[in-house]
Design a binder for this molecule. Structure first.
Ligand code: KG4
Ligand code: ZN
Length: 330
């Protein structure tokens, strides 16, 4: 009989639930986002996210089970994002997962959000462990040595803004809306990468990142322009994206070379960016390194990756308890 795991993700603005089984195979994937409520504030408002999760979680979990054609009692374990993320938002998912697990008498597994982003690659690729992983999301920019999906060693991270946050802030400066990543990507296609020249600040540890300097440079460059035409915005977007992507590629590939690993996984919301995907593959090829990405749908927040890592852990050791480690971070 198949092992079905129900995954729950509520770390930010997406209320998500999914069921996966061995393979790993996706049985269902439901995401309900409260993004439209946050747009006019130009970023996520934690209190709104929290309230929306409360309203949606039971309906979303129910539709994930229906989509999978399952009854709740067929689920063998519940896995839930335990952090990092917004405290109130996480609490909704964790309380719900615990209640379900308690009612069914099955284990509940706390999942690290960033590790689950990396795990998402398993639904489309088969990557031999160990490897280097770069997670680029709205809240994090982390470089890892991955020995196993739950055994990751942090090599470096951002000293200031996260990569997705930089895309969002630059979009805001250019008056483009929120979230900025996909808008910048679209606009940059029409832009010229060489009209403006940006650079990312250096860091003492070569595996760390810094994106606040380039954001300020964009602000100055844009403010200086008399004509704030779409062409100017497109050229700035293109130069910004080019600089960020080449910095990410340089550092991630440097980690691969230094640690002698010819496999790189790039995950998290920003890894949905086509320019990044193409450039990473090109640069890696020169060094004989293979790059893997989750499918685009699984790059941004979802519960498939949470259920998947839950299943992976469940298969590694037979969790039976009801205890869960929390990792609350603002
Ligand atoms: O992983 P994610 O869905 O949520 C967090 O864990 O933070 O990442 C969201 C981030 C946002 O900052 C968004 O602007 C960025 O991912 N993003 C992109 C693209 N799609 C989403 N950034 C660049 N290009 C994209 N196509
Ligand atoms: Zn995420």
């Amino acid at each position: 009989m198949s092992i079905y795991v129900l995954g729950i993700e509520t770390s930010c603005d997406e209320t998500a639930a999914a069921v996966v089984k061995e393979g790993p195979l996706i049985c269902s994937n439901v995401v309900s986002s409260s993004l439209f409520l946050h747009r006019r504030y130009g970023g996520i408002v934690p209190e709104i996210a929290f309230r929306k999760h409360l309203e949606s979680i039971a309906v979303v979990a129910d539709s994930a089970l229906k989509q999978a054609g399952l009854k709740l009692k067929q689920v063998r374990a519940v896995s839930v994002t335990s952090g990092p993320g917004l405290q109130g938002a996480l609490l909704v998912g964790i309380s719900f997962a615990k209640a379900v697990a308690f009612a069914l008498g099955i284990p509940v597994l706390g999942i690290d959000h960033l590790q689950s982003h990396i795990y998402a690659v398993n639904f489309s690729e088969s990557v031999k462990l160990p490897f280097i992983a770069l997670v680029v999301s709205g809240g994090h920019t982390n470089l890892y040595l991955v020995r196993d999906y739950h055994k990751t060693e942090l090599l470096g991270s951002t000293l200031d803004d996260a990569c997705g946050e930089a895309f969002d802030k630059v979009a805001k400066i250019l008056g483009l809306g929120y979230p900025g990543g996909p808008i910048i990507e679209r606009l940059a296609k029409k832009g010229n990468t060489s009209r403006f020249k940006f650079s990312c600040s250096g860091t003492k540890n070569n595996f760390d990142f810094s994106f606040s300097g380039i954001k300020t440079a964009v602000l100055y460059a844009f403010t200086k322009q008399k004509k704030k035409s779409l062409d100017i915005r497109a050229d700035i977007a293109a130069a910004f994206q080019e600089c960020v992507v080449s910095t990410l590629a340089k550092k991630a590939l440097c980690a691969c070379l230094k640690l002698g690993l010819a496999r790189l996984v790039v995950a998290g919301g920003v890894s949905a960016n086509n320019y990044l995907r193409t450039r990473m593959i090109q640069e890696a090829k020169k060094e004989g390194i293979a790059v893997y990405f989750p499918s685009k749908k699984l790059c941004t927040d979802n519960a498939v990756m949470v259920a998947g890592l839950g299943l992976h852990l469940f298969q590694k050791r037979p969790y039976s308890g009801f205890r869960m480690d929390f990792d609350y971070q603002a």
